[in-house]
Write a protein that binds this ligand. Structure first.
Ligand code: G3P
Ligand code: MG
Length: 229
Protein backbone atom coordinates (compact mmCIF):
# COMPACT_ATOMS: atom_id res chain seq x y z
CA UNK A 1 0.00 0.00 0.00
CA UNK A 2 1.40 3.36 -1.07
CA UNK A 3 1.04 5.99 1.66
CA UNK A 4 1.54 9.52 0.30
CA UNK A 5 2.30 12.43 2.62
CA UNK A 6 -0.30 14.89 1.30
CA UNK A 7 1.23 18.40 1.05
CA UNK A 8 3.97 16.96 3.32
CA UNK A 9 3.18 16.29 6.98
CA UNK A 10 0.47 18.91 6.56
CA UNK A 11 -1.63 17.81 9.54
CA UNK A 12 1.12 18.95 11.91
CA UNK A 13 3.18 21.49 9.93
CA UNK A 14 2.31 24.26 7.45
CA UNK A 15 1.19 22.52 4.25
CA UNK A 16 3.41 22.53 1.15
CA UNK A 17 6.45 23.95 2.98
CA UNK A 18 9.98 22.52 3.11
CA UNK A 19 9.40 22.02 6.85
CA UNK A 20 6.36 19.81 6.17
CA UNK A 21 8.22 17.82 3.48
CA UNK A 22 11.33 17.33 5.65
CA UNK A 23 9.24 16.18 8.61
CA UNK A 24 7.36 13.68 6.42
CA UNK A 25 10.64 12.21 5.13
CA UNK A 26 12.01 12.06 8.69
CA UNK A 27 8.86 10.17 9.75
CA UNK A 28 9.65 7.57 7.06
CA UNK A 29 7.48 8.73 4.16
CA UNK A 30 8.83 7.71 0.76
CA UNK A 31 6.01 9.37 -1.19
CA UNK A 32 5.31 13.12 -1.04
CA UNK A 33 2.55 15.08 -2.76
CA UNK A 34 2.57 18.80 -3.55
CA UNK A 35 0.64 21.30 -5.68
CA UNK A 36 2.20 23.68 -8.21
CA UNK A 37 1.21 27.08 -9.57
CA UNK A 38 3.06 29.57 -11.76
CA UNK A 39 4.26 32.95 -10.49
CA UNK A 40 3.79 36.03 -12.71
CA UNK A 41 7.35 35.56 -13.98
CA UNK A 42 6.82 31.90 -14.84
CA UNK A 43 8.45 30.13 -11.88
CA UNK A 44 6.96 26.89 -10.53
CA UNK A 45 6.04 27.38 -6.93
CA UNK A 46 4.53 25.02 -4.39
CA UNK A 47 1.18 26.20 -3.08
CA UNK A 48 -2.30 24.69 -3.12
CA UNK A 49 -4.71 27.60 -3.64
CA UNK A 50 -4.69 30.08 -6.52
CA UNK A 51 -4.92 32.87 -3.92
CA UNK A 52 -2.55 33.61 -1.07
CA UNK A 53 -4.91 34.26 1.87
CA UNK A 54 -5.45 30.80 3.38
CA UNK A 55 -1.84 29.63 3.65
CA UNK A 56 0.28 32.81 3.72
CA UNK A 57 0.28 36.32 5.19
CA UNK A 58 -0.21 37.75 1.69
CA UNK A 59 -3.37 38.43 -0.28
CA UNK A 60 -4.38 38.32 -3.93
CA UNK A 61 -3.81 35.85 -6.71
CA UNK A 62 -0.54 33.88 -6.76
CA UNK A 63 -0.21 34.45 -10.50
CA UNK A 64 -0.19 38.23 -10.07
CA UNK A 65 3.10 38.23 -8.13
CA UNK A 66 6.66 37.58 -9.23
CA UNK A 67 8.83 35.07 -7.43
CA UNK A 68 10.75 37.70 -5.47
CA UNK A 69 7.50 39.09 -4.02
CA UNK A 70 6.12 35.65 -3.21
CA UNK A 71 9.32 34.57 -1.48
CA UNK A 72 8.98 37.40 1.07
CA UNK A 73 5.70 35.95 2.37
CA UNK A 74 5.32 33.72 5.41
CA UNK A 75 3.73 30.37 4.53
CA UNK A 76 3.59 29.40 8.22
CA UNK A 77 6.16 29.20 11.05
CA UNK A 78 8.41 31.56 9.11
CA UNK A 79 8.65 29.22 6.11
CA UNK A 80 8.81 30.64 2.59
CA UNK A 81 6.70 29.33 -0.28
CA UNK A 82 9.03 26.72 -1.82
CA UNK A 83 10.10 26.42 -5.43
CA UNK A 84 9.37 23.05 -7.01
CA UNK A 85 13.13 22.67 -7.56
CA UNK A 86 13.76 22.97 -3.80
CA UNK A 87 11.47 20.04 -3.06
CA UNK A 88 13.00 17.97 -5.87
CA UNK A 89 16.37 18.55 -4.20
CA UNK A 90 15.10 17.00 -0.93
CA UNK A 91 14.34 13.63 -2.50
CA UNK A 92 16.46 10.59 -1.79
CA UNK A 93 17.02 7.84 -4.39
CA UNK A 94 14.06 5.78 -3.16
CA UNK A 95 11.64 8.68 -2.72
CA UNK A 96 8.79 9.55 -5.08
CA UNK A 97 7.33 12.98 -5.59
CA UNK A 98 3.75 13.34 -6.81
CA UNK A 99 3.57 16.74 -8.47
CA UNK A 100 -0.02 17.93 -8.82
CA UNK A 101 -0.42 20.38 -11.72
CA UNK A 102 -2.82 22.85 -10.16
CA UNK A 103 -2.43 26.17 -11.95
CA UNK A 104 -3.11 26.89 -15.63
CA UNK A 105 0.06 26.52 -17.70
CA UNK A 106 1.86 24.32 -15.18
CA UNK A 107 1.80 21.24 -17.47
CA UNK A 108 4.23 22.48 -20.09
CA UNK A 109 6.49 24.43 -17.67
CA UNK A 110 6.77 21.44 -15.31
CA UNK A 111 7.62 19.22 -18.28
CA UNK A 112 10.45 21.61 -19.28
CA UNK A 113 11.87 21.71 -15.75
CA UNK A 114 11.75 17.94 -15.24
CA UNK A 115 13.26 17.29 -18.67
CA UNK A 116 16.33 19.28 -17.58
CA UNK A 117 16.56 17.42 -14.25
CA UNK A 118 16.18 14.06 -16.04
CA UNK A 119 18.76 14.92 -18.72
CA UNK A 120 21.26 16.04 -16.06
CA UNK A 121 20.65 12.75 -14.19
CA UNK A 122 19.56 14.66 -11.07
CA UNK A 123 16.36 12.65 -10.87
CA UNK A 124 15.07 9.36 -12.27
CA UNK A 125 11.67 8.74 -13.88
CA UNK A 126 10.77 6.35 -11.04
CA UNK A 127 11.06 9.24 -8.55
CA UNK A 128 8.15 11.07 -10.17
CA UNK A 129 4.39 10.87 -10.63
CA UNK A 130 2.57 13.78 -12.26
CA UNK A 131 -1.13 14.29 -11.57
CA UNK A 132 -3.90 16.79 -12.23
CA UNK A 133 -7.65 17.33 -12.08
CA UNK A 134 -7.15 18.92 -15.52
CA UNK A 135 -6.79 16.53 -18.49
CA UNK A 136 -5.58 19.55 -20.52
CA UNK A 137 -2.58 20.12 -18.23
CA UNK A 138 -1.77 16.38 -18.38
CA UNK A 139 -1.89 16.46 -22.20
CA UNK A 140 0.41 19.52 -22.22
CA UNK A 141 2.77 17.71 -19.86
CA UNK A 142 2.72 14.51 -21.97
CA UNK A 143 3.68 16.54 -25.04
CA UNK A 144 6.76 17.81 -23.21
CA UNK A 145 7.90 14.58 -21.53
CA UNK A 146 6.56 11.31 -22.88
CA UNK A 147 7.97 8.71 -20.50
CA UNK A 148 6.84 9.78 -17.02
CA UNK A 149 3.99 8.28 -14.97
CA UNK A 150 0.75 10.29 -15.06
CA UNK A 151 -2.42 10.24 -12.96
CA UNK A 152 -5.83 11.84 -13.26
CA UNK A 153 -7.45 13.20 -10.08
CA UNK A 154 -11.25 13.01 -9.74
CA UNK A 155 -13.62 14.39 -7.13
CA UNK A 156 -16.52 13.15 -9.24
CA UNK A 157 -16.59 10.37 -11.79
CA UNK A 158 -15.92 11.60 -15.36
CA UNK A 159 -17.92 9.82 -18.07
CA UNK A 160 -14.85 9.26 -20.22
CA UNK A 161 -12.51 8.08 -17.45
CA UNK A 162 -11.27 4.92 -19.16
CA UNK A 163 -10.91 6.70 -22.51
CA UNK A 164 -8.80 9.37 -20.84
CA UNK A 165 -6.75 6.70 -19.12
CA UNK A 166 -5.93 5.21 -22.52
CA UNK A 167 -5.22 8.40 -24.41
CA UNK A 168 -3.04 9.82 -21.61
CA UNK A 169 -1.44 6.41 -20.90
CA UNK A 170 -2.20 6.88 -17.20
CA UNK A 171 -0.39 4.98 -14.46
CA UNK A 172 -3.03 5.62 -11.80
CA UNK A 173 -6.35 7.29 -10.96
CA UNK A 174 -6.64 9.34 -7.78
CA UNK A 175 -10.19 9.46 -6.43
CA UNK A 176 -11.88 11.34 -3.62
CA UNK A 177 -12.18 8.45 -1.15
CA UNK A 178 -16.02 8.24 -0.97
CA UNK A 179 -16.29 7.63 -4.75
CA UNK A 180 -14.40 4.36 -4.64
CA UNK A 181 -16.19 1.04 -5.06
CA UNK A 182 -14.78 -2.46 -5.34
CA UNK A 183 -16.12 -2.74 -8.92
CA UNK A 184 -14.26 0.42 -9.90
CA UNK A 185 -11.03 -0.83 -8.35
CA UNK A 186 -11.43 -4.18 -10.14
CA UNK A 187 -12.03 -2.45 -13.51
CA UNK A 188 -9.04 -0.15 -12.99
CA UNK A 189 -6.82 -3.12 -12.16
CA UNK A 190 -8.13 -5.03 -15.18
CA UNK A 191 -6.91 -2.07 -17.26
CA UNK A 192 -3.52 -2.03 -15.54
CA UNK A 193 -4.28 1.14 -13.55
CA UNK A 194 -3.67 1.74 -9.85
CA UNK A 195 -6.24 3.42 -7.61
CA UNK A 196 -5.24 5.93 -4.93
CA UNK A 197 -7.68 7.58 -2.48
CA UNK A 198 -7.62 11.07 -0.98
CA UNK A 199 -7.65 12.33 1.73
CA UNK A 200 -7.48 9.59 4.36
CA UNK A 201 -6.78 10.78 7.88
CA UNK A 202 -8.22 7.95 9.98
CA UNK A 203 -6.87 4.46 10.42
CA UNK A 204 -10.39 2.94 10.19
CA UNK A 205 -10.88 4.63 6.79
CA UNK A 206 -7.52 3.32 5.63
CA UNK A 207 -8.65 -0.20 6.56
CA UNK A 208 -11.99 0.21 4.75
CA UNK A 209 -10.21 1.33 1.58
CA UNK A 210 -7.67 -1.45 1.89
CA UNK A 211 -10.56 -3.94 1.83
CA UNK A 212 -11.82 -2.33 -1.40
CA UNK A 213 -8.41 -3.10 -2.88
CA UNK A 214 -7.01 0.42 -3.30
CA UNK A 215 -3.30 0.66 -4.04
CA UNK A 216 -2.59 3.78 -2.04
CA UNK A 217 -3.86 6.67 0.04
CA UNK A 218 -3.01 10.33 0.54
CA UNK A 219 -2.86 11.40 4.16
CA UNK A 220 -2.17 14.62 6.06
CA UNK A 221 -0.98 12.53 9.02
CA UNK A 222 1.75 10.27 7.66
CA UNK A 223 3.43 9.98 11.07
CA UNK A 224 0.36 8.45 12.74
CA UNK A 225 -2.06 7.07 10.11
CA UNK A 226 -0.42 3.65 9.91
CA UNK A 227 -0.84 3.14 13.67
CA UNK A 228 -4.03 1.66 15.07
CA UNK A 229 -6.09 4.51 16.58
O1 G3P B 1 -3.84 14.55 -5.34
C1 G3P B 1 -4.71 14.31 -4.30
C2 G3P B 1 -5.19 15.60 -3.70
O2 G3P B 1 -4.07 16.42 -3.43
C3 G3P B 1 -6.14 16.35 -4.60
O3 G3P B 1 -6.81 17.37 -3.94
O4 G3P B 1 -7.23 19.67 -3.26
O5 G3P B 1 -5.71 18.25 -1.90
O6 G3P B 1 -4.97 19.07 -4.12
P1 G3P B 1 -6.14 18.65 -3.29
MG1 MG C 1 -2.99 18.18 -4.21
Amino acid sequence: MICVAHRGSSGEYPENTLLAFRRALEAGATWLELDVHLSADGELIVIHDESLERTTNGSGLVGNFCLQELRRLDAGRGEAIPLLAEVLALLGEKDTLNIELKGKGTGSVTAMLLKEWLERGQIKPENLLISSFSPAELFHFRRGVSELRLAIICDQLPENLWGLAESLRLWSCHFERTLITDEMVAEAHRRGLRVLAFTVNQHSELQRLEKLGVDGVFTDFFATILMRQ
